[in-house]
Design a protein around this ligand. Structure first.
Ligand code: ADP
Length: 750
């Protein structure tokens, strides 16, 4: 539209100029023609006038001569002489005037001749008057020659004037025609020029109106753009083709720290300084590429914008070239935004992903260890089964041979104890990892704990004929500790020292002090530990020897247990070894009680060793006899074998295999002690216990729970149901006996 208007304007201007030019050319040509025609009119008039003048002059010369002829006075000759000279001049002028007309030229020659002839005649008359006086002159005057000559002259002049008049008429007509032509063409071309100029002015006016409207639109668009830029959340900077800043919005001012006034005309690289967040090297601005290559340059990653005040922000940016109508790049617009929060989130996500990957790796490592552990567990549990079944067969074959039966019983007891220890360790690990183990702390002498540990490990020490050297400080060291748990830890370390040393090895247990800490070192001369395994042996299910044919047994939980139990006491345990074959040393560090001197050391013999420890240590309880005991177990073999053992010890027993039967037996048999399995058909053990307790006299019956569940939570539940004791299956018979022994003689719980 605008282009068409422009073309129309140009054409209009060209037309107006051409029309004006044509008018001017016409006017000039007409004027020139008019001037020519007017010249010819004047020229013809001049010829006529010249001819008249010649006649007049000749007539004047004649008149002047007549005065001389009459008077003879020479003064009368003066006009004559003056005219004679003028005639020559007039003839010369006339000759020039007629030079363009050959016909008149011929007549002019005749005219000249006649004029000269006349003037000669007049000259003869004057000569005659001067020489001979008036009369001869009069004679000459009267012969009529003069009249003829004058008529001949007038005739020639008349012809010439007739021709000139005809010419004058023709020239006049021509002049008139030219005048008319000039008038009409001047008027027409003027009118045309005026029309064209008026049309052009109209066109110009409409163009100006359109220009006004366009300017208005541009102003509105500029305002809209300004408002848009001000209101969008992204920062925008525009630059010219030299990459100098031409505009920026408020967000860009905030992010760059430059005000628009300061930034205007500045190189973009100065206002928009970006670096890579990792390498911290300057990054090429996308605007420069957009300007150079004329393409939209997409988002850059990991870019930091350094503001004028040095503040760094994560941004992403893009740039697009600005092109004018003909496609030439006239600048570029750069859009960027602060992605700090997004980047933080991304980095957090990255960290979380890494952590998750690490956890996954740990889990798969743990899974691997667990699988190894299960394989080992199967192996470790199967190991004792062979000797037990062999011993059983021995008993079946030689039931009457007391020596064989006792030997078989000893084998079975050792193997069962082995299995029970494994299961106990596993349960301990589980309790610790669930935070369910509670230390029964008391002020206790370290020496006493070590003695308990040594006693526990004694069978292994003896079996392998190891030499144990114990070095204790002369003054007693007191700890605030759970003696059982610490003894268990030291015993584990001693057992390992036994297991991982060739028979006949040397084991040193040394206690030394270090300020508020006491160090217990257990050092052996055994197989040692490779340096790269020292860090990992405390992890659950970790064993240095992973081979199928491991010769040492175990599940890889002993050291974990030691570390956790010692940790619960606020201590640490560390392993040292100079390498394979060079022995190992485990050092336990424990906090000591500062104020313990007031407490007298307790003699070992007087310590009340808990039942299990006593049993483990081989202190056999006296056989409990003469009680009425009800054995409740849905496993009939289990119930029968236990009842049989109790009977052998002089007790009276009855059996029940479900909850309801148990209640009936309580009614009829009136037991002093009920050994109650918890998972029973018809009525579970908890409910049976509750109902027994609710019966008259039921509170006097000793209720012992026998269950496979030994967790803290299970203990709490049996306590709440009214049980007096909680023993974990398979119940160690000696432990049970020791418990029964601890009851008052009438069998009623105290
Ligand atoms: P287990 O003895 O049942 O395998 P532990 O957790 O007690 O499990 O020990 C983990 C591993 O540490 C053992 O398998 C063994 O390889 C190594 N280890 C422990 N104590 C010693 C020691 N005194 N000498 C050499 N190696 C030992």
């Amino acid at each position: 539209m605008k282009r068409q208007l422009k073309i129309a304007l140009l054409l209009g201007a060209a037309l107006a100029v051409s029309t004006l030019a044509v008018s001017v050319i016409l006017a000039v040509s007409n004027t020139r023609q008019l001037h020519d025609r007017s010249y010819w009119v004047t020229h013809t008039q001049d010829v006529i006038h010249g001819l008249d003048n010649v006649v007049l002059l000749v007539t004047s010369a004649e008149s002047g001569l007549r005065g001389y002829l009459l008077t003879g006075e020479p003064r009368y000759l003066e006009p004559y002489s003056a005219v004679t000279d003028s005639v020559g001049v007039a003839l010369a002028g006339l000759q020039v005037l007629v030079a363009d007309n050959p016909q008149q030229q011929a007549r002019f020659a005749e005219l000249r001749q006649r004029v000269q002839g006349r003037l000669e005649t007049l000259s003869e008359l004057a000569e005659s008057r001067r020489a001979a006086g008036y009369d001869p002159a009069r004679e000459l005057l009267l012969i009529d020659q003069g009249k003829q000559e004058m008529e001949g002259l007038r005739e020639v002049v008349g012809e010439m004037i007739v021709d000139e008049r005809a010419l004058l008429t023709s020239h006049g007509r021509n002049y008139e025609r030219s005048y008319q032509t000039a008038l009409i063409s001047g008027g027409l071309s003027g009118a045309l020029a005026l029309t064209v100029i008026a049309a052009y002015l109209l066109l110009l006016r409409s163009n100006l109106l359109q220009l006004d409207a366009a300017n208005q639109t541009i102003a509105e668009q500029a305002e809209r753009l300004r408002t848009t830029l001000a209101s969008i959340g992204d920062a925008v900077i525009s630059v010219d083709c030299e990459a100098a800043v031409t505009n920026m919005n408020a967000v860009a001012e905030t992010l760059t720290g430059w005000t628009l006034a300061d930034a205007l005309g500045q190189p973009l690289a100065q206002v928009f300084r970006i670096i890579n967040e990792t390498s911290r090297q300057p990054v090429a601005s996308p605007a420069i590429r957009a300007l150079r290559e004329g393409v939209i340059v997409g988002l850059a990653n990991h870019t930091l914008l350094i503001a004028r005040d040095g503040v760094e922000r994560h941004i992403d940016d893009s740039a697009a070239p600005i092109r004018c109508k003909d496609g030439e790049i006239v600048g570029c617009v750069l859009v960027f935004r602060d992605i700090g929060e997004r980047r933080q989130a991304e980095m957090r996500l990255e960290r979380t992903a890494n952590e998750l990957r690490e956890i996954a790796a740990q889990l798969s490592e743990a899974d691997l260890r667990k699988n190894n552990f299960l394989a080992m567990l199967a192996h470790e549990l199967r190991n004792p089964l062979a000797p037990i079944s062999n011993a059983l067969r021995t008993v079946q074959r030689l039931p009457e041979n007391p020596t064989s039966v006792l030997a078989a019983a000893a084998v079975m007891e050792r193997q069962v104890r082995q299995v029970v220890r494994l299961v106990d360790d596993l349960l301990d690990i589980s309790r610790i990892s669930h935070g369910k183990i509670e230390l029964r702390r008391e002020s206790v002498a370290l020496a006493q704990i070590i003695q308990m540990a040594v006693e526990t490990s004694q069978p292994l020490l003896d079996a392998a004929r190891h030499q144990l050297i114990v070095a204790l400080p002369s003054t007693p060291v007191w700890l605030d500790a759970d003696p059982l748990r610490l003894a268990q830890s030291f015993s584990n370390l001693l057992n390992n020292a036994c297991k991982y040393s060739e028979p006949g090895g040397r084991i040193e247990l040394t206690v030394s002090g270090a300020g508020k800490q006491v160090l217990v070192s257990i050092k052996d001369s055994g197989i040692g530990i490779a340096a790269d395994r020292l860090g990992s042996i405390f992890e659950l299910f970790t064993q240095v020897d992973q081979s199928q044919e491991r010769s040492h047994g175990g599940l890889g939980i002993g050291l974990t247990l030691v570390q956790q139990l010692v940790g619960l006491h606020g201590g640490t345990v560390r392993a040292y070894s100079a390498g394979p074959g060079l022995g190992s040393e485990f050092v336990v560090s424990l906090p000591v009680i500062a104020e313990h001197s007031a407490l007298a050391p307790v003699a070992l013999a007087s310590i009340e060793t808990p039942i299990e420890t006593r049993v483990e240590a081989g202190i056999a309880p006296a056989a409990a006899t003469g009680r009425r005991i009800l054995v409740v177990d849905d496993n009939e073999d289990s119930a029968a074998s236990l009842a049989m053992l109790l009977d052998l010890n002089g007790n009276q027993t009855a059996m029940a295999h479900d909850g309801l039967e148990a209640l009936r037996q309580v009614d009829s048999f009136r037991p002093a002690v009920v050994l109650l399995d918890l998972g029973l058909p018809k009525l579970n053990g908890y409910e049976v216990a509750r109902r027994i307790r609710a019966q008259p006299g039921g509170e006097r019956i000793v209720l012992v729970a026998l269950t496979g569940w030994g967790q803290e939570d299970d203990l709490r539940k049996t306590r709440e149901a009214g049980f007096d004791q909680h023993l974990v299956k398979p119940a160690n018979y000696a432990v049970l006996m020791a418990y029964l022994e601890s009851l008052p003689a009438d069998g009623v719980a105290g």
